[in-house]
Design a protein around this ligand. Structure first.
Ligand code: 2IT
Length: 449
């Protein structure tokens, strides 16, 4: 490994040992780009890598809110404006009890390169809170969102920083936060958020975009291997927004998603989550707030496997679509033993680094990285920003076609970047190399800061 790259990784490990997820994301990206750093000694001269691993700025703030019984609660809010060299900071907000600075920073760091890959003018950012939305009433959610936005509104804007959803933040939360922003600012400025409702400037296909994009990307991978998406059997985790989009598009493309998972275990549906009724039921399950995937098994009379993950199922394609570090070494070994040919990450950093490097070593397996595969979500967010700037509304067909084109291009530039460095069909390294290149160029051009 390049000596400068190594020193930066060591530096991050020493400084941020209390943020293991962030260290993991940095190590994964920097390891991949080592050959590019070999070719560009000027990066070290301006200390580009120590700059790129340090957020431009990061806010933490107090969020106090009142529950339905009149009791007050205090949570921590975060917003990390990681890198603005390509455009306004862009990235979602995650509301989940395990959120702390290390989670926000890992997500923000990944977002920089993901956003670069989309080819759109967006920088990288991320935010959230350790607020747990599970079991909260609508009024409690609204008061929390309003309090969160009261603290943050002065630091964001359509040309400054554009938040969106992530885990725990969907259309309802975006609506409450945008409403509070508009009230405080006294301007319309709806380009300050993406993932908005259609009635106030949201984009068609945004809810579906991450899942649809993942399926378009998978289609490209299969094409490269001379295979067809039709008839492919897919195991996914999660039953949230991303999983829903995957199931919808899989249905259209003739592929079959046979598993969904939740904190309680996973379901196996041999017929596939392949009817309108089943796909719509996923929304119902999510909106119920019960957070139990067993409900699906009960409703449709399929197998439920408690307290386990779907990674030992023999399928054609595995797509972890729930959350970080879903697949560790133990699961990776099962996946390899089962002779799985396609390991397509969808959730942000769903694989531990040891498992990821092990899977990438397998000769007969294609590994595709989340920051490329799930980029359709933020990609369509940026199309939403474009529509808001134009004060126009695009048709579903237009957005979907732009998304498809974007995903084809992300696969292509990743493939080409890996080839340029003699790495073959290495989509993980290729995505990191291609994503990093543009950010590095923009940072070099904009001077030392
Ligand atoms: O991880 C992600 O890319 C997102 N949660 C979506 C971010 C966005 O700005 O649409």
């Amino acid at each position: 490994m390049n000596a400068y790259v190594k020193s930066v990784i060591e530096n991050v490990k020493a400084k941020h040992s209390n943020e293991p997820e962030f260290v993991q994301a940095v190590e994964e990206v920097l390891t991949s780009i080592s050959p590019m750093v070999d070719k560009h000694p000027e990066y070290e001269k301006v200390d580009l890598l120590n700059r790129i691993v340090e957020p431009e700025r990061m806010f933490t703030f107090r969020v106090v809110w009142m529950d339905d019984n009149g009791n007050h609660h205090t949570n921590i809010g975060y917003r990390c404006q990681f890198n603005g060299s390509l455009g306004p900071y862009k990235g979602g907000l995650r509301f989940q009890s395990n959120v702390y600075a290390g989670i926000i920073k890992f997500l923000g760091f990944e977002q920089i390169f993901k956003n670069s890959l989309t080819g759109m003018p967006i920088g990288g950012g991320k935010g959230g809170s350790d607020f747990d939305p599970a079991g909260k009433s609508d009024g409690e959610i609204m008061r929390f969102c309003q309090s969160y936005m009261t603290a943050l509104y002065r630091y964001i804007g359509p040309d400054v920083d554009v938040p969106a959803g992530d885990m725990g933040v969907g259309g309802r939360e975006i609506g409450y936060m945008y409403g509070q922003y508009r009230r405080l600012k006294g301007t319309w400025e709806n380009g300050v958020f993406t993932g908005k409702g259609l009635s106030y400037g949201g984009s068609l296909i945004r809810p579906e975009a991450t899942g649809y994009g993942a399926m378009y990307y998978l289609t490209e991978v299969l094409k490269h291997k001379g295979e067809d998406i039709k008839g492919k059997i897919i195991a996914i985790s999660g039953f949230g927004n991303v999983a829903w989009g995957i199931c919808k598009k899989a249905m259209q493309l003739g592929a079959k998603v046979v598993t969904l998972s939740g904190p309680d275990g996973y379901i196996y549906d041999p017929e596939g989550v392949s009817t309108e009724e089943k796909v719509n039921y996923m929304l119902e399950m999510r909106n119920s707030g019960r957070n139990k995937v067993k409900d699906y098994a009960d409703k449709f009379g399929v197998k439920f496997i408690p307290n386990s993950k779907p990674w030992s199922e023999k399928v054609d394609v595995i797509m972890p679509s729930a959350m970080q570090n879903d697949v560790n070494m133990e699961w990776a070994k099962k996946i390899v033993d089962n002779g799985i040919k396609y390991y397509i990450e969808v959730a942000n950093m769903p694989t531990t680094n040891d498992a990821l490097f092990y899977l990438m070593e397998q000769k007969n397996m294609v590994v595709a990285p989340a920051k490329a595969v799930n980029a359709g979500g933020v990609g369509v967010s940026s199309l939403e920003m474009a529509q808001n700037s134009q004060r126009l509304v695009w048709t579903e067909e237009k957005v979907d076609e732009e998304l498809r084109r974007m995903m084809i291009n992300i696969h292509k530039v990743s493939k080409e970047a890996a080839e340029e460095y003699g790495l073959g069909y290495n989509l993980v390294a290729g995505a990191n190399l291609a994503g990093f290149k543009k950010v590095a160029e923009a940072m070099m051009a904009q001077g030392v800061f």
